[in-house]
Write a protein that binds this ligand. Structure first.
Ligand SMILES: Nc1ncnc2c1ncn2[C@@H]1O[C@H](COP(=O)(O)OP(=O)(O)OP(=O)(O)O)[C@@H](O)[C@H]1O
Ligand SMILES: [Mg+2]
Length: 231
């Protein structure tokens, strides 16, 4: 299964989401690789201390590294270039669009969804950095996105200092510790929200596969290659 995390806005937790959904599947004993396709290489930096539960590889090394993986999560390079988007769609089974409750982020997700609607690829928005004191704005964001026929995951990722602490330490949020070296008391809410998100994604991919037996979202015919591989 190939999952790409994508979005056009900086700082919408693309890297954080890639790391945590990949980690969620790793914990379920799946063979997962996180591919860093972003030129800023922040996923690679996040995983550099070797404390994440799955390997992180830069895109240039991905072909070989992902051979044995069951799930490949890609931290995508932000782009609105048609050709790049088409290639990205072709290489993915699902696209995750992390979105904050800010109007600019919602607008960009709507724009992206309109581009993605040209293809037969399942995608969904994931609300991130949701302030627990402002759940109403998250409800409003969900309604707005759904008004454009965009699937919004039920899981919402809370705004937590634990995420920044985790990134500094190079660990996932369930292992976040504060400045005093104590476990962050809210760390598990963040972790469980991402675990729920990865389960929802898996379900959406499976539903889409059942309803659309054609594997290639653009319609490229891979059967000659598959026949050669099977021979
Ligand atoms: N739920 C959250 N609560 C609080 N902070 C968060 C949360 N998710 C991510 N962050 C923090 O927000 C910052 C930006 O997140 P991240 O690097 O994942 O965004 P990005 O979309 O990958 O950014 P870029 O476009 O630069 O690649 C990081 O410091 C990260 O630790
Ligand atoms: Mg990033």
């Amino acid at each position: 299964m190939f999952i790409t995390v994508f979005g056009q806005k900086g700082g919408v937790a693309k890297t954080c989401s890639s790391v945590h959904i990949a980690a969620g599947w790793s914990q379920k004993q799946k063979r997962v690789i996180l591919v860093d396709a972003d030129r800023n290489r922040s996923a690679t930096a996040y995983g550099a201390r070797g404390l994440l539960p799955c390997p992180v590889v830069p895109i240039e090394a991905a072909a070989k590294a992902t051979r044995a993986a069951e799930i490949v999560v890609t931290d995508g390079q932000a782009s609105s270039n048609d050709e790049e988007l088409k290639n990205l769609v072709e290489g993915s089974d699902f696209i995750l669009l992390p979105t904050t409750t800010q109007s600019r982020s919602i607008e960009l997700t709507v724009e992206m969804s309109q581009m993605l609607n040209q293809y037969q690829i399942p995608y969904a928005a994931l609300l991130v950095k949701v302030d627990a004191r402002k759940e109403a704005s998250a409800d409003q964001a969900t309604e707005l996105l759904q008004g454009f026929d965009i699937t919004v995951l039920k899981a919402r990722i809370p705004l937590l200092s634990a995420f920044e602490q985790a990134e500094t330490e190079g660990v996932t949020v369930d292992r976040a510790i504060d400045k005093r070296g104590r476990a962050n008391p809210r760390r598990m809410t963040g972790w469980l929200a991402y675990c729920d998100a990865s389960q929802e994604i898996e379900d959406l991919v499976n539903d889409h596969r059942e309803q659309n037996p054609v594997e290639s979202p653009i319609g490229w015919d891979f059967t000659p290659l598959e026949h050669r591989l099977a021979a």
